[in-house]
Write a protein that binds this ligand. Structure first.
Ligand code: SAM
Length: 295
């Protein structure tokens, strides 16, 4: 196999592309490129794509994953922040006519507009990416909070963050991030990934996670912003009881009677800690507080 037909993601072709373009990695942009066929295959397979579907990739790098996506999905749009990678992507993705590369910071892109422009004629859309670890959470929360018409999100992220996103009540990893992600999606850990599949190798462990995006939240909440405020406040100090955390945030300078009454109305023992409450219990609690005029 010569260099023109070899996959971009083989270590040899990756090194060749990098050397020919004199590319130097920017750690500050989370640049760790994938050089493993099996992992790429697992990522693309987890997204359940076919040629009627679209894929939005965030941070294509030199196109390792983009190439696989273009061979599986009907349409691919890849958003890359680093201007130096744009001519490289134009060159290596030249054989694929279903890919559009946009030079932008994904956090600043109007994604609804991008979807109208690129994905009007596809049946479903997935986000598929090996995310830059320094902005994983802001990127995922933007995708989820903007309620984009997504089927799923399959991303390689720091393992520790993936475990927190998928954690169940009662575990030490369960927190406000678990609840935020699980309010919008059903997370599932796809696989844990060794350091050796990247150039250069990152210092942290990685994992692939799939978020099956919900059509509607699993619970009814009167006011979403207030619900998330209650959740965040309940984890403000993990060692404290839910009553103590809520008191500091919503009842400063008051006695405990009213708070305890409202907790009782929501069916929650004041001595419990935030990490033991399910998403249903947080919904009930925030609705009771909201009805009582607490803000
Ligand atoms: N997809 C490639 C791969 O798997 O080999 C590269 C993945 S690398 C972990 C992350 C990529 O995201 C880099 O190409 C980096 O330049 C890009 N990136 C970082 N911050 C970004 C942002 N805010 N918006 C878009 N791309 C970003």
């Amino acid at each position: 196999m010569n260099n023109r037909t070899e996959y971009i993601s083989t270590p040899r072709r990756t090194k060749d592309i990098i050397a020919r373009h004199g590319f130097s990695f920017k750690k500050s942009l989370g640049q760790n490129f994938l050089v493993d066929q099996n992992i790429l295959h697992n990522i693309v397979e987890a997204a359940q794509l076919d040629d009627t579907k679209g894929a939005l990739e965030i941070g294509p790098g030199i196109g390792a994953l983009t190439e696989k996506l273009s061979q599986t999905a009907g349409k691919v749009t890849a958003v890359e922040i680093d201007q130096r990678l744009i001519p490289i992507l134009t060159e290596v993705l030249e054989p694929y006519d279903n890919v559009r590369v946009e030079h932008a910071d994904v956090l600043k892109v109007d994604l609804h507009e991008l979807f109208r422009q690129d994905f009007e004629d596809v049946s479903k859309v997935s986000v598929v990416a090996n995310l830059p670890y320094y902005v994983t959470t802001p990127i995922l929360m933007k995708l989820l909070e903007e309620k984009l018409p997504l089927e799923n999100i399959v991303v390689m992220i720091q393992k520790e963050v993936a475990v927190r996103m998928a954690a169940a009540p009662g575990s030490k990893d369960y927190g406000s991030l678990s609840i935020a992600v699980q309010y919008y999606s059903e997370p599932e850990l796809v696989c844990v990934v060794p350091h050796t599949v990247f150039i250069p190798q990152p210092n942290v462990e990685s994992a692939v996670i799939r978020l099956a995006v919900r059509q509607a939240p699993p619970v009814h909440v009167e006011d979403e912003a207030f619900f998330f405020d209650v959740v965040q406040s309940s984890f403000a100090q993990r060692r404290k009881t839910i009553a103590n955390n809520l008191k500091s945030r919503f009842f400063p300078g008051e006695g405990r009677e009213r708070l305890e009454e409202l907790l009782a109305e929501a069916g929650i023992e004041p001595v419990r800690r935030g990490e033991t409450l399910s998403i249903e219990e947080y919904a009930r609690l925030s609705n009771v507080l909201h009805h009582a005029g607490i803000r």
